[in-house]
Design a protein around this ligand. Structure first.
Ligand SMILES: Nc1ncnc2c1ncn2[C@@H]1O[C@H](COP(=O)(O)OP(=O)(O)O)[C@@H](O)[C@H]1O
Ligand SMILES: [Mg+2]
Length: 436
């Protein structure tokens, strides 16, 4: 995330500025040859997804519309270049697209609803999702099981009777151990005859389209582990995508590649790192051997070493690098709050929100501060009873949500009931558990 982007977002959030989005301006003067070169450069920039944002700051009492009417008289206060993803986030925050409609950023598709049947402790659950979504609830309620069900959409499952359906943009993708198929959401996969061979399946059941498979596969699962993140790792070869393992192994190589490929990003992360961890002077990369790199930190007393990186620092560095990794459609994260001081959770959640413009992010959490960074529709409460198995209830459908939301921040609102027993009471009387 660039500093310019953060500034634009802040003005939008506080309603102290208007942001207009456009493609880079065409050249105004110059001879024909220069104009052609510049026009080509513009086309290349557009293909890369580059956009420009113009910020018009507003004085006290100034009305948005009056500014809009006299746009041509004003020069923007700030002009910044933003990526396509940043552009999407700005539009979601209220910025206006004024460039040619054909270049307007296309909203990212994501899984809007999921249904899981007969998967371990889950008998049947169905709930709506958002690009950034959290599952909260007591231990043992089935949060991790739901994440595993997500992962199972993109690969064969060993659960004999399981059936997992993901819905997006009016289409559904269902996976069972026997078949993977695409169908209208209103068709229940239970009604599909079992003996239909895959290759001759006809509408409304058909082999999954590439577009539908691209929504759910591949899935990245993150269970970050400080020991794995500390390990020295082999370098990432030139031109290869940036990746670390589900436990975070390879983090040093990712930072090494950022240092050589994206020095601006490395310096920006380093700046945020030293602001958040005041004893640190800079992020360092050390060479334990000729072919490996390890992460270290230069502390204010001058010492350097991977062992000086606290767990909190390692977790933060892993999340800060996430926007620059090879994107995958879905990222599942177990307890993103792990190892982080409460004051740094909001920062990590901002990174996740930024990444959620590219990849859908589902987190399983116990932490009210994670929930405080989310909107009500971005949180689903997971509980479990012996009779019904796992139950999923959107937080906004829990008992007396409207009244309680006036008094409490979302995290506290949940924590108020989060003692195990009362939590199930909260769900038992909830108005409408989501179905269809
Ligand atoms: N095949 C199964 N049938 C029923 N329950 C299962 C099965 N496999 C695992 N479980 C149970 O599901 C429970 C939910 O676990 P989990 O998803 O890890 O909860 P959470 O992440 O919310 O703490 C665990 O107690 C586990 O023993
Ligand atoms: Mg769990």
């Amino acid at each position: 995330m660039s500093r310019d982007f953060a500034l634009l977002m802040e003005h939008l959030r506080k309603k102290t500025g208007e942001v207009e989005l456009d493609v880079p301006s065409p050249p105004i003067s110059g001879d024909a040859a220069t104009a052609t070169l510049l026009a080509q450069a513009r086309q290349a920039a557009i293909r890369r997804g580059d956009r420009v944002a113009h910020l018009y700051k507003m004085g006290k009492g100034e009305r948005r519309s009056s500014r809009a009417n006299h746009r041509s008289d004003h020069r923007p206060d700030v002009t910044a270049s933003v990526t396509e993803n940043e552009c999407r986030a700005l539009i979601a925050g209220g910025a206006k697209w004024v460039g040619p409609p054909v270049y307007a950023p296309v909203p990212k598709r994501y899984i809007e609803r999921i249904r899981v049947r007969n998967f371990r402790c889950i008998k049947e659950i169905e709930f709506p999702l958002t690009p950034l979504h959290a599952l909260i609830g007591p231990n043992d309620s089935g949060k991790s099981t739901i994440l595993e069900a997500f992962a199972a959409i993109s690969r064969d499952s060993s659960e004999a009777a399981c059936e997992i359906t993901a819905v997006s943009a009016g289409r559904a993708l269902t996976r069972t151990p026997a078949v993977t198929m695409e169908h209208p959401p209103e068709v229940d996969p239970k009604d599909v005859p079992k003996d239909v061979p895959k290759d001759v399946m006809d509408r409304p059941w058909q082999s999954p389209s590439q577009a539908m498979m691209a929504l759910v596969s591949p899935v990245t699962v993150l269970r970050l582990d400080p020991d794995a993140m500390r390990q020295p790792t082999n370098l990432i070869a030139q031109g290869c995508p940036l990746e670390y393992s589900p436990r975070g192994q390879g983090l040093a190589a990712v930072y090494d590649a950022l240092l050589s490929r994206r020095i601006d990003v490395f310096l920006e992360i380093s700046r945020r790192f030293t602001a958040l961890f005041p004893t640190a002077r800079s992020i360092q990369l050390t060479n334990p051997s000729r072919t490996t790199k390890a992460l270290g930190v230069e502390l204010s007393d001058g010492s350097i070493g991977a062992d000086r990186l606290s767990e909190g620092m390692l977790y933060w560095l892993a999340f800060a690098a996430l926007p620059y990794l090879q994107p995958t459609p879905v990222i599942l994260i177990e307890e993103p709050e792990n190892g982080l001081h409460p004051s740094r959770i909001a920062d990590v959640m901002r990174v996740l929100r930024d990444v959620s413009n590219t990849s859908q992010i589902i987190v399983a959490t116990h932490h009210p501060l994670v929930i405080n960074e989310l909107q009500p529709d971005e949180v689903t409460l997971i509980t479990r009873t012996p009779e019904r198995g796992t139950i999923a209830t959107p937080l906004s459908s829990t008992k007396n949500f409207e009244q309680r939301a006036k008094v409490y921040a979302l995290g506290e609102l949940w924590l108020n009931y989060a003692d195990g027993d009362l939590e199930s009471d909260l769900v038992a009387d909830s108005t409408t558990p989501f179905h269809g």
